[in-house]
Design a protein around this ligand. Sequence first.
Ligand SMILES: NC(=O)c1ccc[n+]([C@@H]2O[C@H](COP(=O)([O-])OP(=O)(O)OC[C@H]3O[C@@H](n4cnc5c(N)ncnc54)[C@H](O)[C@@H]3O)[C@@H](O)[C@H]2O)c1
Length: 346
Amino acid sequence: MIRVGIVGLGYWGPNLVRCFSDIQDCKVTAVCDRDYDQLLRIKDRYPGVYPMENFDSLLDRDLVDAVVIATPTASHHQLALKALQHDLHVFVEKPLAKTSDECLELVEVAEQRNRTLFVGHVFLHSSPVVKLREMIDHGELGSINYISSRRLNLGPVRKDVSALYDLAPHDISMMLYLLGQTPISIACSGFDRLNPGIHDVCNLTMTFEGNRIGMVHVSWLDPRKERVLTVVGDKRMVVYDDLEQEKIKVFDKGIDKPENTSGDFADFQLSYRYGGSYSPFIQEREPLKAECQEFIRCVNEKQTPLTDGVNGLRVVEVLEAADQSLKLGGVPIEMKSRNPVVGEVG
Ligand SMILES: NC(=O)c1ccc[n+]([C@@H]2O[C@H](COP(=O)([O-])OP(=O)(O)OC[C@H]3O[C@@H](n4cnc5c(N)ncnc54)[C@H](O)[C@@H]3O)[C@@H](O)[C@H]2O)c1
């Protein structure tokens, strides 16, 4: 039985308390928030759980084996580091930390201490994304030309991080997973209207090896909620709309270029394919619940999670490069991935 303590009971944390409380091999033993009102809300619903205002009190190995962090991004590194240094397993909400330096340190300490470090890239545990990856791996879509996504809504506006850091980790993590690659360059432009320096709208372009691209449009200043990801392969195309009942729609559409043409304009005949569309069967499950179960399984079985610290680091490296590009007016930034150096326990 893995005993879990959850810190941060604002908007998202209570969902984690609910999901972890529903898992058989796990028990939520303590919750923590420095805001007493948030603590009271959870205490009333889960009377057997210890409520704490101070994070240090949660780091007690007689009480918890693992800590789940759902506080604002700026505090992730400090809280996760403390928990790892107390030899606790750690689940951190996305993004893993604010900078790649912070992520690297967390990955290295987790490895030195032999603890599970898990990042809340929740979409990698959702059935439609798993299905999409399966279709790509089986060649059903052909060679992938590009993936684009739109994550838009009117609010909620954050003051601590931009729409890029708040919303794009979901799309970046999905694109890296679906393509099985990290980008070679990043360009990002955006618009900061509500709070100067904190972008409300961002357009991110990731260039991958093989002339593939990933485009992400995020905004909390948009009239309509949209959660759409489109994968364009040269055989088939797929639209994943997370707000629809039938989340995935496969289109047998495309444009083919004839081979062996002389290059004359008369020979340049594109052929358009307007085939039908269908929605494959997908076994529905709650992505957050699946994610929490996977964390507990990885801790129990000492397995490396798909969304491990290095996966969290890769996403933050993209965010960091995008932020740099944003500050330079959208110029492309070459990506440099770093790997953890694992030494002796300090
Ligand atoms: N996976 C998802 O789809 C998803 C959705 C929303 C938020 N999130 C992530 O969850 C995290 C939290 O987001 P939120 O919207 O719930 O934020 P929030 O501001 O609503 O809540 C954060 C809570 O943490 C508490 N807190 C902050 N620092 C603390 C500390 N040092 N000790 C104890 N308590 C502390 C605050 O009092 C607050 O109650 C963020 O990383 C965010 O990116 C993920």
